[in-house]
Design a protein around this ligand. Sequence first.
Ligand code: SAM
Ligand code: SF4
Length: 474
Amino acid sequence: MSEPRKLYVRSFGCQMNVYDAQRMTDTLAKEGYVETDTAEDADLVILNTCHIREKAAEKVYSELGRLRKSQEEAGRRQMVAVAGCVAQAEGAEIIKRARTVDLVVGPQSYHKLPELIAQAEQRGHNRRAGIVETEFPVEDKFDFLAHPTRAAIAKRGPTAFVTVQEGCDKFCTFCVVPYTRGAEVSRPLDKILDEVIRLADGGVREVTLIGQNVNAYHGLDVAGRTVGLPELVRRIAEVPGIARVRYTTSHPRDMDDELIAAHRDMPALMPYLHLPVQSGSNRILAAMNRKHDRELFFEIVDKVRAARPDIAFSSDFIVGFPGETDEDFADTMDLVERVGFASAFSFKYSSRPGTPAAGMDGQLPEDVKSARIYALQALLDKQKAAFDAACRGRRFDILLEKPGRFPGQLIGRSPYLQSVVVEAPREAIGRLASVVVREVSTKSLSGDIIGGEFFAGDAGVGVHSVRQSEKVEA
Ligand code: SAM
Ligand code: SF4
């Protein structure tokens, strides 16, 4: 029997890329590829790139340069594929500039990987004949990508991402996503449910529904009826074994009353909402083409808090957008003060070729952007520390995910995605433990198990009927 071929996938960027990397690995596993931990050891290397990173394309070219050097040193040729949003944006330019690349494949064509790799192998290592596949095909790639085996699901642990929606029609002026991922498309309800049932069968307890604009989800059910995110969440929460559901990333514009009510009515929906606002200035929000203002954002926050009082928010911010004045930035700081975030991502604006903002007047110097991001992050860090500190003494359900640093320790996640260290045996991985938080540090919380499925002897207890977080009175 011939040796299995080895595959190494290096993924950058968002959760959608993590999910895509898994589906590429599953599809290639059917072709006889096994995963390996290092690029040097692999027969096929896939760089799954992200275009949101600053100087994204340049970073990919230097990564490819390193790969070529290590191939030369080892005197060995590997097949190299570039996937993801940089592949979509750069296309044939990658083959021209990086002669080590055999194949460039955009995110909508991953189902064609086996066929494209076979073509590349036939062409041999004639670099001038590299293959580029960046079309937006008519067929649904999800119908052709292989499902993970039960063993693969179990190896990945009790939490999983599931892409339910791809692309974006919002066209924020700073963002490349509508160009690299294409128009907004939702997967049909039954296909998503089928995937979640398989995941649950493999031991998954928590599903995060992902999409660039996930709360714009509008998939068809088997009767041809259009279904929104609230119904999708409800149906997934009903799958036996699934205890927790999350969704990300949402747009404020699509945060409707039905979805807000779902946070009140569905205990399995975790009380943690990532809702990017980008700026607190209405002038800048309009220039960003965000289609919402700060007032709408406050209104949503108030409504969600009324529906689910224990909810916590996270967000994305951009500072130094073209034309942003000190007053505009002060509005962002004011919004942060008023809302209070449990965590957040913040970025200095950086120009992306081909986006409207790249050509706007009023591009700001680096030192202004740096001073603003420093001030914003100091405030967000302070809020995060305060939120974490307030968790001391609280009781949470923790989903036990993996071994900790020391023997006898496991690490789980709180409803707010904080890492929580507890003492528990390995067999408890995949169970919900009821934990009282004892200590809080900058990186993690630690706590004591007081009950939960941990003691029930059966991981398949199903959806909890109680809220998964509450304050324990001293
Ligand atoms: N769809 C989401 C939304 O509506 O906010 C997220 C899209 S993007 C993958 C993640 C984050 O990257 C954005 O929310 C934004 O804060 C940041 N980002 C995108 N383009 C950027 C740019 N040109 N400069 C700086 N940050 C950027
Ligand atoms: Fe990009 Fe805006 Fe679409 Fe988010 S909503 S993916 S930031 S265009």
